[in-house]
Write a protein that binds this ligand. Structure first.
Ligand code: SF4
Length: 353
């Protein structure tokens, strides 16, 4: 099996995925990784996830993290707590905060602006915050356009937008899993507007639940189409669905993405996304060994050291890796580990490395 000439179509990608020749798929993906990263560097970032609230009006069937306002188990972090968490992140040379939360029923633009301004007045740190469903929600709650919402958040200190809440960008899937969340077109529109305003963003895909392989590939294709238009995506992050404690699990949908399916999906992502420079491996969901294997199937980034992670943990998965362990995994696979910033620029090596 050899790489089709030129850009591959969705149909060709589905054929490659189903052909079952894993090693050939790996070779194709690795060829494209080497094109983007000929120096064999594999990056990671020291950052922390802060989930400012778990109160959410959306009720997505795959989510074990959210609580309703009336549940008695909802929280909104006090600013002092957020400040403490960011201070701890800075103490270990963290360069970024990934801040996301539930779709809060009463918060409006002023609450998010205040939060960002407080953080930026206390810390010089990159704020990678508020995924497209949150942006849509803030815009609707506040009666302002998405463009104005993003503009005001940028003025307050927003530096980039995480690609969360994409799940599968096909409305058949979204209508069933997350009917109260923004549509596929709206998700892409938020990113289009953000890119137009000069923000870089990532794109994710949460797969392995009710979608077909064709729908998974359509998702990747939609990211590729928008990237052709804007060039604003820095990375693609495919995450396998974690079913524990979710409504889908209670409904009997207990599918678990196996290592083979995961690796093939990483490879197909790398092959299709010939215009996105970085593909991330997910050790948080797949564990260290499979994420190490993903480096031979197109991935060139190990993501975050995850000083804190709440969403995957709520679904019962809790892999933990130190920076040292991430570096060893990368080096043992024959690559050079390097710390990076959100824009994938490299940072100086740690003194103790
Ligand atoms: S995935 Fe996000 S939007 Fe959906 S229920 Fe969970 S916190 Fe709310």
């Amino acid at each position: 099996m050899s790489l089709p000439k030129g850009r591959i179509s969705a149909q060709q990608a589905e054929g490659l995925f189903n052909a079952g020749d894993l090693l050939a798929l790996g070779r194709m993906a690795d060829e494209i990784r080497k094109h983007f990263h000929p120096d064999n560097i594999v990056t990671y970032i020291i950052d922390r996830n802060i989930n400012y609230t778990n109160i959410c009006t959306s009720g997505c069937l795959f989510c074990a993290f959210y609580r309703t306002e009336k549940s008695g188990e909802g929280y909104v972090l006090a600013y002092d707590e957020i400040k403490r968490k960011i201070g701890e992140t800075r103490d270990v040379d963290g360069v970024q905060i990934l801040m996301q939360g539930g779709l809060h029923p009463t918060w409006k633009i002023g609450d998010y602006v205040r939060l960002l301004k407080n953080i930026k007045s206390d810390f010089d740190i990159h704020m990678h915050a508020f995924s497209p469903p949150e942006i849509c929600h803030i815009s609707e709650q506040s009666g302002i356009s998405v463009r104005e919402t993003i503009g005001r958040l940028m003025e307050a200190g927003l530096d980039s937008i995480p690609g969360g809440g994409a799940e599968i960008l096909v409305d058949r899937v979204r209508n069933r899993l997350s009917p109260n969340k923004c549509s596929a077109d709206r998700w892409l529109d938020v990113m289009r507007i953000a890119h137009g305003l000069g923000l870089k963003t990532t794109a994710t895909m949460m797969f392995g639940h009710i979608e077909t392989i064709a729908e998974r590939i359509r998702h990747i294709e939609r990211i590729r189409e928008l990237q052709d238009e804007t060039g604003g995506f820095t990375a693609f992050i495919p995450w396998p669905f974690q079913h524990g404690q979710t409504a889908l699990h209670k409904m009997g949908i207990e599918k678990k993405v196996g290592s083979l399916d995961y690796i093939k999906t990483v490879a197909i992502s790398r092959i299709m996304l010939d215009n996105v420079p970085n593909v991330q491996a997910s050790w948080v969901t797949q564990g260290p060994k499979v994420s190490q294997m993903a480096l031979f199937f197109g991935a060139n980034d190990m993501g975050s050291t995850m000083l804190e992670e709440n969403v995957v943990k709520a679904a019962g998965v809790s892999f933990r890796l130190s920076e040292k362990e991430i570096r060893e995994l990368v080096a043992d696979a024959g690559f050079t580990p390097r710390r990076r910033q959100q824009d994938y620029s490299l940072l100086p090596e740690p003194v103790t490395a």
